[in-house]
Design a protein around this ligand. Structure first.
Ligand code: HAM
Length: 425
């Protein structure tokens, strides 16, 4: 065992788990393209201001000190992205995508860094599938991102999921609501935990979904955001609900769902799933019509979501959903004698060049055929090519069908097409 381990809260994705990763990411990309989203890959790190101004000074990243920030290059501060959204918006503005036809639909997949307290389903490096629609007010855009997430889970085989849905209002209606909420919560300020004390002044809305179970009686008496929406927010929310109903997409109105980022306006949503630890959200997202301006750009409405790939996979495992295994090379090339080795090497590369998966028996020391056949069996090879010195002088090799144990003499120039035919059958 090495004396070093992966850093706390990170994990290695070993070959055994790669079929899940390839499958989930493959489905996410295929679905994104079908919905008309294009891929954008922002850098792993951004100017720290992007997250201070974008995710927000009152976001969990800042309040709970979750950002991985470095001071470099004459005091320039950079932060490894704790989310995609502000960086994708920065790229959209920087490259003038806002000046072209709208809406612009973008998806991204890659690692995210949060100095969280690790536990099941919560890591310091995780991988997000993130999708955004910029430049569209229509609640149909909200519907599109919600269904992109939901239909991904459906296609992967999840059952029984439903959205947690809320509207957090807009700058016209939110401040008056927050004033009422603060008035209510201030009466109970002494009961608030350390983080919620900070939130009371910086982001009181966030107290609504505190993890502190002792706050339940106070919060159940708190005024409801949904009862204080302005006409525009109420209509937007009603239209979105109407579309969800038409498409028979299950959702639960959760008036305490507020999310941990500052930029949300109107719609917010999550999907919760069993089997992914105490952190039950498999995805979260919502609308953020003020984000572009927070980053110094023009007003651009936006809506999106992100889903942690690790959590999707935890949920699949909890539901006993297993992906198809990745294909293994079906051909194994064994050889007997030093003279046959060079020909075996030639054959294995010719097979690969022809698009067939093949492995060569390794071993500097001469190996018995029995030992090589055992290796082929362990690797589950369907066909073994046996290159022997005496056969070579006759210009042929033996090819063994491992299922039937039948062995065929095949002329050397025909080996590749012969196996191509058999494997295509
Ligand atoms: P978020 O809710 O912070 O939203 O994260 C989105 C998803 O990432 C979560 O639902 C969860 O699946 C996964 N996730 C978050 N933190 C961790 C962690 N520490 N370990 C494992 N998985 C995690 C956002 O990031 C927003 N940018 C989403 C968005 C896009 N809103 C609008 N557009």
């Amino acid at each position: 065992m090495s004396k070093y381990q992966a850093p706390y809260g990170t994990q290695d994705i070993l070959p055994a788990d790669q079929p899940y990763w390839r499958w989930v990411i493959g489905e996410a990309e295929a679905l994104s393209l079908r919905y008309g989203f294009l891929r954008l890959d922002p850098p792993l790190f951004e100017d720290t201001q992007i997250f201070l101004k974008g995710s927000g000074e009152a976001s969990d990243f800042v309040v709970q000190k979750e950002m991985y920030t470095l001071e470099k290059d004459e005091g320039q501060s950079i932060t490894f992205r704790p989310e995609f959204t502000p960086g994708v918006m920065r790229a959209y503005l920087e490259h003038g995508l806002h000046a072209g036809p709208q809406p612009v639909k973008l998806y991204s997949i890659g690692p995210i860094f949060r100095h969280d307290r690790p536990q099941a389903g919560r890591y310091r490096q995780h991988t997000q599938f993130n999708a955004e629609i910029f430049g569209e007010q229509d609640p149909v855009a909200d519907l599109e991102v919600m269904l992109l997430a939901y239909n991904l889970y459906r296609d992967l085989g999840y059952r029984g999921l439903s959205f947690q849905l809320n509207s957090t209002g807009c700058p016209r209606c939110k401040p008056a609501y927050i004033a009422r909420l603060v008035e209510h919560l201030s009466t109970y300020a002494a009961q608030l935990g350390e983080v919620d004390q900070i939130r009371l002044s910086r982001n009181p809305l966030r107290i609504l979904d505190t993890k502190d179970a002792g706050m339940e009686p106070v919060l159940s008496q708190a005024p409801r955001l949904l009862d204080h929406l302005c006409d525009e927010c109420r209509t937007h929310f009603a239209e979105l609900r109407g579309y969800l109903d038409v498409l028979a997409t299950p959702y639960v109105i959760n008036s305490r769902l507020v999310r941990g980022l500052d930029y949300y306006t109107k719609t917010v949503f999550e999907v919760w799933a069993e089997g992914i630890g105490a952190q039950a959200a498999v995805c979260g997202g919502g609308r953020y019509d003020g984000l572009a301006e927070m980053l110094g750009g023009p007003p651009v409405p936006g809506v999106g979501f992100a889903s942690g790939i690790e959590r999707i996979i935890l949920g699949l495992k909890a539901s006993n959903i297993v992906p198809a295994p990745l294909p293994e090379p079906p051909i194994f090339v064994a050889y007997l004698g030093g003279g046959a080795r060079a020909k075996a090497v030639e054959i294995v590369f010719a097979l690969r060049d022809a698009g067939l998966g093949a492995r060569l028996a390794f071993g500097w020391e001469p190996r018995s055929l029995k030992s090589q056949m055992r290796e082929a069996g362990r690797l589950d090879a369907a066909w073994v090519i046996i290159v022997g010195e005496s056969e070579l002088t006759a210009g042929q090799v033996s090819v063994r069908d491992m299922k039937t144990s039948q062995q065929f003499p095949v002329p050397l120039p025909d080996v590749v097409p012969w196996l191509q035919n058999r494997l295509a059958a």
